[in-house]
Design a protein around this ligand. Structure first.
Ligand code: TAP
Length: 482
């Protein structure tokens, strides 16, 4: 298919200064690791090394937990909610002022298109701090129970797909409720968390309220196992989530786990089909499909399956895949070589199971990690590509005849994070939403996020909610809880 050639429209990277190496952010200062071997973080679109980052050891995690405990007992838990709120607002305003710097850095470290980091990630990050700043002095009125009080020191471990946004989902509610935190960003995307540490300094946040320890899985495990942690907030894969649940079983640690998903995006024959196609594109090709709630399974009513297939493939041929720093780019780089290999392996599995593979055929850059938008048809429920998360720009298409069959197929996975419904009938939307075992159900839209709206899963997608009033519940104790 012929598309216009756009002139390149690259965002400038001159707004961001990347240091050649970074230490750990403990007790309000950047400090060197106590013996860890630094690791490199690369730009996945070019494979250029961006910086070297400290690998936090058990001793470093211990120092961070001790700094967080001191800040908790001496300052933060004693401060009025009004004053805590002021700090959150200050952080939110600085994030807005430095939004372009954060967007460019996120795109360089993660590979996501600048259009998305600029228009989605960073504005939502600021919105989360504003929203939770508003709750800080109103916790008594949030229907959380009698006398809501902070839990103490919270350990937070986050993934690489929305690095700064996942940090905001974790840090903002924890601080609003009076807790202090030790957070570990993902190994492949630590840079915006380290820039956020600078924002904490700029906002004059009391030292130790936020501590950031970079590292790999072992650093995350050291946080999970540390006896000084009162609560764990984890976002990542279901496999690691299960390990964490096993590690803390029998301890007094509370936990919220936000894990994987395999969402159904269900298209009925009365849906506005071009809008549904846009919703499908947004559902699975946004952020290269590195989205826990991605609409990775299309369930389409049988009598419009052929038409949808035709329109979807025509649309996918217009997606621009390439330089994430170009403002025209729709689909950026896959975050790491490891993730690219996982996607390639799952796609091979799909072909060997007998599904039909199609891709958009677009050109790909010579360096970096890339995968073309891909559609699998002739998929059946038992295929692994219909059951397991691929976490890439790959969608499986299945068909149904009746609403009952759509519900049965949508619910038939180990996950239950999100779902989408496309139909013009309001009554059908309500009936379907009631039947679907998913934490979030979107109707005639997909991937819409707002800090006021709780997000979380059923079944193997985890437990607990983030965002909204419900998200605060995870960060307080009430009544006679000690
Ligand atoms: P994971 O491999 O689970 O990694 C998540 C985080 O846990 C990373 O910081 C990782 O460190 C760390 N980690 C690894 N092993 C650990 C251990 N044994 N103990 C403690 N921490 C450990 O997931 P991922 O591949 O980065 O992220 C993709 C997954 O996250 C997908 O399944 C996706 O669905 C899920 N996700 C869920 C949500 C929600 S809200 N439900 C949102 C985004 C993503 P390293 O970076 O060093 O490996």
């Amino acid at each position: 298919m012929v598309t216009f050639e756009y002139a390149p429209a690259p965002e400038s990277r001159s707004v961001v200064d990347i240091a050649s190496s970074y230490g750990l952010f403990i007790g309000g200062e950047f400090v060197e690791s106590d013996g860890g071997t630094p690791f490199k973080t690369v730009n996945p679109a070019t494979e250029e090394v961006l910086s070297e980052v400290a690998d936090a050891t058990e001793q470093d995690v211990d120092a961070a937990v001790r700094a967080a405990r001191t800040a908790y007992s001496r300052v933060w838990s004693r401060m009025s909610g009004t004053d805590r709120g002021k700090y959150l607002y200050r952080i939110a305003r600085i994030l807005q002022e430095r939004a372009r710097e954060f967007a460019v850095l996120e795109t360089l470290d993660n590979g996501k298109p600048i259009r998305e980091s600029r228009d989605v990630d960073i504005p939502l990050v600021a919105a989360h701090f504003f929203y939770h700043g508003g709750w800080a002095d109103k916790l008594d009125h949030a229907a959380l129970g009698d006398n809501p009080r902070p839990l103490g020191v919270v350990g937070q471990v986050i993934p690489w797909n929305f690095p700064l946004l996942m940090l905001a989902w974790k840090v903002a509610p924890a601080l609003a409720c009076g807790n202090t935190v030790v957070l570990k960003p993902a190994e492949t995307t630590p840079l915006t968390a380290l820039l956020f540490a600078e924002v904490c300094q700029q906002a004059e946040l009391p030292p130790g309220v936020v501590n950031i320890v970079t590292g790999a899985g072992a650093t995350g495990q050291a946080i999970v196992d540390h006896p000084g942690i009162d609560k764990l907030a984890f976002t990542g894969s279901t496999a690691v989530g299960k390990m964490i649940a096993r590690s803390i079983a029998g301890t007094r640690k509370k936990a919220t786990l936000e894990l994987g998903g395999k969402a159904a995006n269900i298209v009925f024959d009365d849906a506005p089909i071009d809008q549904a196609v846009e919703g499908i594109v947004d559902g699975i090709f946004f952020n290269q499909g590195h989205v826990c709630c991605a609409g990775s399974r299309i369930l389409v009513q049988e009598n419009i399956a052929e038409e949808l297939d035709h329109r979807l493939k025509r649309r996918l041929q217009t997606l621009r895949v390439g330089d994430p720093m170009d403002k025209n780019t729709d689909v950026g780089a896959i975050n790491s070589r490891t993730q690219l290999e996982r996607i390639e392996e799952m796609v091979k599995v799909g072909e060997s199971e007998g599904a039909t593979r199609w891709d958009s055929g677009c050109d790909l850059p010579a360096n970096g990690f890339w995968f073309r938008p891909t559609v699998f048809s002739n998929v059946s429920q038992s295929h692994r590509i219909a059951q397991e998360e691929i976490f890439g720009p790959v969608v499986s298409v299945l068909t149904f005849r009746t609403p009952g069959e759509a519900v049965a197929k949508a619910n038939n996975t180990p996950y239950g994070l999100s779902a989408g419904i496309w139909t013009e009938k309001g009554s059908r939307i309500l009936w379907m939403a009631d039947q679907l075992r998913a934490g979030v159900v979107w109707a005639n839209t997909f991937n819409k996020f707002d800090p006021t709206s709780p997000f979380g899963g059923y079944k193997e997608s985890g437990y607990g909610r983030e965002g909204g009033r419900h998200g605060l519940e995870a960060y307080v104790r009430t009544g006679a809880d000690d």
